[in-house]
Design a protein around this ligand. Structure first.
Ligand code: SF4
Length: 680
């Protein structure tokens, strides 16, 4: 490899070296650096004097955002902020927390839904770093960054406890010089002093860049992050790291701080409660139990105590699910189970007492851990049906029944489901954190968010309006159409009238358009007729693998004037930006109320009891649907110069015109054409 010049630290890297010995920057990164940094440098000097670390000229409300957020965090309060697109909430929240962290010596934790969302935070930190020293570190879990696992590529993922014990054993052997240690850990211990710290401080690498850098050096990214965590001013991590007690303890241990020593920013907070419920819900299906037949053939005779074998326990659970399905009314797909149903049935079938049944769950869990570790050690896929069964039973037997609805369902050839209603772990976490900033572009009503997330009493609640010109945005709703299930069933003309309106709107203007259906089912029902009528290039987000989906999005972006048809709340509704001509019109087919389900009905009952009559429907149905609508409309205007029109094909919007800033239209085609300057 020839020599190259590292522009970052003005060092000539000798031939043969893949990266700069001084700052650790790789040759590829040097090339990318030249592409990225000029953009950063162009943006940074625009900040005016007296703005402290804020790196851009203040836009309306940004100065207020920074100071109000800082005040609330400083007084140990939770602050809940709705701040629309263009308000710069990432940079405002970072500056407010970092300024306070500098005064108090605290660390900033920035929580996102997914690790990929950490990239934007790191990019803003790079801009801040032009004005003050700051180190940011995006954290990933061991399962994602362990280089053994990266090589093995196990499909089912690795049970976290099994991987943790496997890793601890490998490290122990490495330290003692015994055989079977971890070479990546050994390389880390013997690596150049300060090289990784230098790299992180200078580069502020994105999560993948950091992993690649470590992999190139043959060093474990997980352990390397652990070493660097206490040096970081900002730790960026997915919510999942704080949503369970175990992971939270490990996380705090990793970053070397307690909850009193951190300032927390929760981004895209409208997703937080749903993510917490998902994390706390669990299930087991007949299909999963049967997939473990090979393991059962080998280990099925293992004694779990009280004269019961693993096979007997697994068979009993399978039989209970199947016999419940037989008794289920044919028009139902799920039925609620009474308290102690599973424990009672297992006790009856296995002729044990309920307390004895409970110990079977614990013993199955311990046996499953051992099986998973043995598999991992031998290089096999560590997925264990025994561990799955044991974890399911121990959780089922111990969760607070008041916070869950337990059901048998037809999913996965029959399954037992424990669906979380009250995310108690999240509530415990938030109650223990003094200073938290919750923010999103779609968080109203803020009181609903504060209540269902279980925030401590008296949070500060603020809304900052969009800084973009209101005349650049047109939001219409049609009073004559309603794609609700029951309305479409009762009115046979509704289907055809909706299809006709979609076709007319798509053909009326030659701008990039997205059509959001309330469900895949509705999209399928209308697809043939829409395809027949629309004369523009169409891309359907239906049965697309993630690779095909990315290609479809790329194609849509690169050739203006296409029509992308998808569902509200799907892969396009959040996280993807379509600035300028990439997206100018949105058509929404129906309000995306959560589909009827046992869990949603129970949630409504719970909210009615907790927050007053009527709140159940509002909090569990209306608010989530409106947030999804706002997210979809929000794809339209991403910059000051963007213009966009949204047409909502649902008369029920009339109840929400204020929240959505929408107006009724009897002729949306004409209004849209006028907005885009098309002559009829
Ligand atoms: Fe994996 Fe080794 Fe890193 Fe442990 S130290 S996470 S086993 S690469």
């Amino acid at each position: 490899m020839p020599s190259f010049f590292c522009r970052r630290c003005n060092t000539l890297v000798p031939p043969g070296a893949g990266r700069c010995p001084r700052c650790g920057l790789g040759k590829k990164a040097v090339a990318e650096d030249e592409a990225i940094r000029p953009e950063v440098r162009r943006r940074v000097p625009r900040a005016k004097e007296g703005q402290g670390t804020f790196p851009y000229p203040y836009r309306p409300y940004q100065e207020r955002f920074v100071s109000e957020a800082k005040d609330a965090l400083a007084s140990g309060k939770h602050i809940v902020i709705e701040s629309g697109t263009g308000t710069g909430k990432t940079i405002c929240s970072l500056v407010s927390a970092l300024d306070l962290a500098k005064e108090t010596g605290k660390k900033v934790i920035y929580l996102n839904r997914t690790i990929s969302q950490s990239d934007q935070v790191m990019r803003e930190l790079r801009v801040i770093a032009e004005r003050r020293k700051v180190i940011g570190l995006p954290l990933t879990g061991r399962g994602k960054s362990c280089l053994f696992m990266r090589e093995a590529e196990f499909e089912g993922g690795i049970p976290p406890q099994a991987l943790s014990r496997f890793c601890e054993e490998k490290k122990k052997r490495t330290k003692s010089g015994a055989e079977g240690g971890c070479g990546y850990y050994a390389n880390l211990i013997s690596s150049m002093d300060g090289m990784f710290e230098n790299y992180v401080a200078r580069e502020l690498p994105l999560a993948q860049e950091f992993d690649d850098f470590c992999a190139d050096e043959g060093v474990c990214p997980y352990e390397c992050r652990k070493l660097l965590s206490d040096k970081a001013d900002v730790i960026i991590a997915p919510y999942i790291h704080v949503l369970s007690e175990d992971l939270r303890e490990q996380f705090l241990d990793r970053i070397g701080a307690g909850l009193d020593d951190v300032l927390i920013i929760i981004d895209e907070a409208h997703n937080l409660v749903e993510s917490a419920r998902e994390a706390e819900s669990f299930h087991i299906s007949v299909a999963e139990l049967r997939a473990g037949d090979v393991e059962l053939n080998e280990k099925g005779g293992s004694d779990l105590g009280h004269g019961i074998t693993l096979s007997q326990l697994s068979d009993a659970v399978t039989d209970i699910i199947l016999s419940s399905l037989v008794e289920m009314p044919p028009d139902r797909s799920e039925v609620e189970l009474g308290r102690m149903f599973l424990e009672g049935e297992l006790a009856r079938r296995l002729e044990l007492r309920v307390e004895e049944v409970r110990t079977l769950g614990v013993n199955a869990f311990n046996l499953g851990q051992t099986i998973a570790e043995e598999k991992l050690e031998s290089g096999a896929d560590p997925t264990s049906a025994t561990l799955l069964l044991g974890r399911f039973l121990t959780s089922w037997f111990t969760v607070n029944d008041k916070a869950y609805v337990k059901a048998v369902s037809t999913e996965g050839s029959g399954s037992l489901e424990a669906i979380n209603l009250v995310p108690e772990e999240l509530e415990r976490f938030l109650a223990a954190c003094p200073s938290v900033l919750h923010m999103s572009g779609t968080l109203r009503p803020l009181k609903q968010y504060s209540e269902v997330a279980g925030l401590p009493k008296g949070p500060v609640m603020v809304t900052y309006p969009s800084p973009f010109p209101p005349e650049n945005r047109l939001v219409l709703f049609t009073p004559d159409l309603n794609p609700a299930y029951d309305v479409m069933r009762q009115d046979p003309t509704m289907h055809g009238r909706i299809v006709e309106r979609i076709v007319d709107l798509c053909n009326s203007v030659n701008v990039s358009t997205m059509v959001f259906f309330r469900s895949y089912e509705l999209m399928r029902q209308m697809r043939v007729e829409v395809e027949r009528g629309v004369t523009r290039r169409m891309l359907w987000d239906i049965e697309l693998s993630s690779g095909m989906f990315s290609r479809a999005v790329r194609e849509f972006r690169s050739k203006p004037g296409g029509v992308f048809l998808t569902v509200t709340g799907g892969r396009v509704s959040e996280g993807l930006d379509f600035p300028g001509k990439e997206l100018e019109m949105v058509i929404m087919v129906g309000l995306p109320y959560p589909p009827p389900s046992l869990a949603n009905r129970k949630l409504q009952e719970l909210y009615d009891r907790r927050y007053g009559r009527g709140k159940g429907w509002e909090y569990a149905q209306a608010v989530p649907a409106l947030r999804k609508v706002q997210q979809s409309i929000g794809r339209l205007i991403r910059t000051e110069t963007d213009r966009g029109a949204a047409v909502l094909l649902d008369s029920r919007i009339s109840k929400y015109v204020e929240q959505l800033d929408a107006k009724r239209s009897d002729d949306p085609v004409a209004e849209v054409q006028r907005f885009f300057g098309v002559r009829r």
